[in-house]
Design a protein around this ligand. Structure first.
Ligand code: R5P
Length: 281
């Protein structure tokens, strides 16, 4: 692996071999997703706690502070929308030149193994990897599952292994029963996708299981930014990923951080109220 590519990858996957990526790319096919309607407001407080941010280029340019040091993993596939019956018809949406202009640390695209568009998405992956090698840009393959596709270990191991065989530098996939098999048979780092919003305790349990079974971290979106206390939640996820916290320790941390955030908010409200009261006199 070339130095530049290794250097970029090491900004995302930290020296402990782990990463907490914050996925905010949902809008590329879902439009204004709950919690991301105002992307600036959602991203700003979470950015300091993310090892990497995964947005689209539109969100990078409109909603991410350019002075931020958080590495960007740029979503570069799309062309589909939630209105499609078959989501697999994705193509490349960003030229490598623009990814470099944005100074990103990696690019990400979805592959749809077993779908009507399998071949095209896999060839998009190889094209991106070839371009990535030319300029030292790592590629994250996202093993997407269509509306009607399963998420069992056999399928996910197949999709992850194909992505790695074709040259992906890291892979994102879902948690499943037998996840350790998926990890074991994938020769590149594997990050767990968060999936739909769960109660915080369950999402932390899922994170713990994925890490215990060999994941290099998470690329989590809704379970963080749709939480009632997103900053507390990302800190709790970090505790599991980077400090090997148990689900209970992480959930206790979440509750205590959520409590102090609430108390702080209450205090600030008090200050505002008393300032307003002063103004009346
Ligand atoms: C998946 O293909 C996209 O990258 C999603 O936008 C991302 O995985 C969503 O993250 P989560 O499922 O944790 O909300």
């Amino acid at each position: 692996m070339d130095w530049g590519l290794k250097n970029r990858l090491s900004r995302i996957i930290k020296p402990d071999g782990r990463t907490v990526m914050l996925a905010v790319d949902h809008g590329y096919f879902l439009g204004p997703t709950t919690g991301l309607e105002d992307a600036v407001k959602t991203i700003r407080p979470l950015l300091p706690y993310a090892d990497a941010l995964m947005p689209t280029r539109g969100i990078v340019r409109t909603s991410v502070d350019p002075s931020s040091e958080t590495p960007i993993v740029l979503r570069v596939s799309g062309g589909n929308s939630i209105l499609d019956e078959d989501l697999s018809f994705e193509g490349l949406t960003v030229a490598m030149e623009d990814a470099i202009r944005l100074n990103v640390s990696a690019v990400a695209l979805s592959i749809y193994v077993g779908s009507a568009n399998q071949k095209e998405t896999l060839l998009n992956l190889t094209k991106l990897i070839d371009e990535g090698h030319r300029v030292g840009m790592p590629v994250l393959a996202v093993t997407a599952v269509g509306k009607s596709m399963g998420r069992d270990a056999r399928y996910l191991a197949l999709a992850c292994r194909i992505a790695a065989e074709l040259g992906a530098h890291f892979v994102k996939t879902y948690y499943c029963e037998g996840f350790e098999q998926v990890v074991k048979t994938c020769p590149v780092p594997l990050v767990m996708a968060g999936g739909k919003k769960l109660p915080e305790a369950e999402a932390l349990e899922l994170t713990y299981k994925a890490i215990k079974r060999g994941a290099a971290g998470v690329d989590m979106g809704r379970n963080i930014f749709q939480s009632e206390a997103p900053v507390a939640m990302i800190k709790a996820v970090r505790a599991v990923v980077h400090e090997n916290a148990t689900p209970k320790q992480a959930y206790d941390l979440f509750l205590s951080l959520k409590g102090s955030a609430k108390a702080k908010k209450g205090k600030l409200k008090g200050v505002t109220a008393s300032t307003a009261d002063l103004g009346r006199h």
